[in-house]
Design a protein around this ligand. Sequence first.
Ligand code: PXP
Length: 257
Amino acid sequence: MNQPATDIVQPLRLGVNIDHVATLRNARGGAQPDPVRAALLAQAAGADGITAHLREDRRHIVDDDIARLMDAIALPLNFEMAATEEMQQIALRHRPHAVCLVPERREERTTEGGLDVAADANRLRDFCAPLADAGCRVSLFIGHDARQIEAALRVGAPVVEFHVGRYCDLMAEGEGDAAAEELAALTRAIRDAHAAGIEVHCGHGISYDTVAPFAAMAEVRELNIGHFLIGEAVFRGLGPALAEMRRLMDAARGVSG
Ligand code: PXP
């Protein structure tokens, strides 16, 4: 699992989360707009992966969307889900490229905070094993607490995705000092996880204004971005919205696009 030391900056993947196209569709209850069409547009515009969260309450993505995504897209699907038996069965049926385990509370508007892996490590280890056996790359969505990284190692997860939403919120609120502290804590955690041989992803709340510090860190291999990109697509179209995100990622990483 340990990654070789290298001076070459690895490419940074952009996973586009299409959940909120489904949120809009479900507001009317019909078939439009179709999240699968959004996934195909993101694919054509150069996304590296598609992310979709099948929530237990099916508030945006529904089961049929997952089946259609698996059929329609050539890109890897990152299937976000709660660590429940129902979701495990669905994942094992579809065998997506990746499964990202997230905490879920019905009353929350979006995923607030990371998974408490430390409190549930034994169960999660057993939960992840059949997913890994089925060929899914399992990742755990966690906060920057060192205990969660240690627990992710105990679970044997090859990937963690750090919840960067608090940093993004603090930046949006103009709380620069608190944001800087949060970023410092995230940076330490990202480096620790990478040094321990875990592949590092980041996600939640990332916008054009907050992408740079995460894109600049060579230890980060993937960003998963949804709400902002889908919102921006209303004004400039998904392709141009995504192209601008990619330009900012490349600029921060010091690679030419
Ligand atoms: N990564 C994970 C694990 C998530 O749960 C979400 C939200 O569903 C995202 C990334 C994308 O967050 P946002 O929609 O705020 O960009």
